[in-house]
Design a protein around this ligand. Structure first.
Ligand SMILES: *Cc1c(COP(=O)(O)O)cnc(C)c1O
Length: 397
């Protein structure tokens, strides 16, 4: 059993786990604290500020716990900004959106401490009223430095990206009075990466924007830092933060999503049926890749599964798939020590991030209930869902 499931080790055979109605997500409080402690040590050692990027994990029942360790929340728009303000009121609220709507701006300004714009047009249009309300104003820059391969949909520096202002556009559009408004710069270019990629990116930022950084109060280095993963090089991260702080006299912000709740959740599911096709065995589960772990299809990736491997090093091989009509509702191929039986419980790991925030009711699939795995090993239901959650998204009847 690897680190992904070690939080479950002592409770697996307890009634509080075995008795769960599936499918359900279980969020592991101890793992959240473990991650938060690592983030708090980066804050303590560098004086930076770390925000929870809520788009990855918005399970606000845990905000009071998390807020004891980090500095606030980051939002992708109005609703997340409001959630951050309501549920982590003691923290800072930052918002970045690729394009803000005029009819939402006043309300966003009422919640957010920092507002980051994605274009000089939007900065000119909304900056003055945000500034007047006393908000800190930033512009997202695009350092045009790709450090990732494979996942172009997760690369904001990919060619043709709409995210961030390149230096070329800055030089064409920036005027002195607009520049005057700016308190900080923001870049977000990483995805599940180590600090070597951040170091390379900061060099590109320095090359392209080093001349204007001394006039800024802060630099926000976005998310995508895999800080709480076992193999993450925290020392390099700290060095990069301190370098930027000293060089330009800026306050440093990081806004990880994934790193806050990595490996801090499980998706519990049961085998409904086992079918066969050309000698291959397929287990149909009560949870769906398309509905309950959409990144499996979107990214795509094969999630970790307790007591199973994706290679063929164990003797009993099954394809695990969802109960929806979608032929491609397949989670992956796994090998087990023994045969699967109908009714068996299976446990997917690393299911706290980009899951509960992304799930859907395609095919009328129920949304999985959400539980907390408390540090004493008991489970507590946080919320549950039923027919009305499906119906109310579609009409008013
Ligand atoms: C997605 C995103 C984050 C968080 O990314 P993680 O990969 O979850 O750490 C932070 N900031 C911005 C602007 C983002 O788009």
């Amino acid at each position: 059993m690897n680190e992904i499931f070690d939080g479950l080790k002592t409770v697996l055979d307890s009634e509080s786990i075995k008795g769960l109605k599936t499918p359900c997500y279980v969020i592991d409080e101890k793992k959240l604290v473990h991650n938060a402690e690592i983030l708090a040590s980066v804050i303590a050692d560098t004086g930076c500020r770390i925000l929870l990027a809520q788009k990855a994990f918005s399970n606000y029942d845990f905000y009071p716990l998390i807020s004891g360790y980090i500095s606030g929340t980051e939002a992708s728009g109005l609703y997340e900004a409001r959630l951050g303000k309501e549920e982590m009121p003691e923290g800072e609220v930052h918002v970045f959106c690729a394009a803000y709507r005029e009819d939402e701006m006043d309300e966003i300004i009422s919640y957010a401490d920092h507002i980051v714009f994605n274009s000089i047009y939007q900065l000119k249009k909304f900056g003055p009223s945000a500034k007047k309300a006393g908000r800190s104003i930033g512009l997202r820059i695009n350092p045009e430095c790709s450090t990732q391969e494979g996942h172009e949909i997760y690369d904001p520096c990919a060619s043709g990206s709409r995210l961030g202002v390149t230096r070329g556009v800055w030089d064409k559009e920036m005027t002195p009075d607009t520049f005057e408004m700016l308190d900080g710069l923001h870049f977000h270019t990483l995805c599940e990466q180590n600090s070597d990629a951040l170091e390379i990116t900061l060099r590109a930022v320095e090359e392209k924007f080093g001349d204007v950084l001394p006039q800024m109060k802060w630099l926000n280095m976005g998310g995508g830092h895999h800080i709480t993963k076992a193999d993450y090089d925290v020392e390099t991260l700290k060095r990069v933060i301190l370098y930027a702080k000293d060089k330009w006299g800026v306050k440093i912000y990081l806004e990880p999503g994934e790193a806050v709740a990595i490996n801090a959740g499980y998706l519990m599911t049961r085998v409904l049926d086992i079918v066969e096709n050309n000698g291959e065995k397929i287990a149909i589960l009560d949870s769906s890749a398309a509905c309950h772990m959409p990144d499996v299809i979107e990214m795509p990736y094969t999630p970790p599964l307790l007591n199973a491997v994706t290679d063929e090093s164990k003797p009993f091989r099954y394809r695990l798939a969802g109960p929806t009509c979608l032929s491609g509702d397949v989670i992956g191929d796994y090998s087990f020590d023994g045969e699967l039986e109908r009714g068996d419980m299976l446990i997917f790991g690393d299911m706290a991030i980009y899951t509960t925030v992304k799930n859907n009711t395609f095919n009328g699939m129920p949304l999985p209930d959400i539980y907390k795995l408390c540090s004493d090993g008991t489970t507590q239901k946080i919320t549950d869902f039923g027919y009305s959650d499906f119906k109310h998204r579609l009409g008013r009847a």
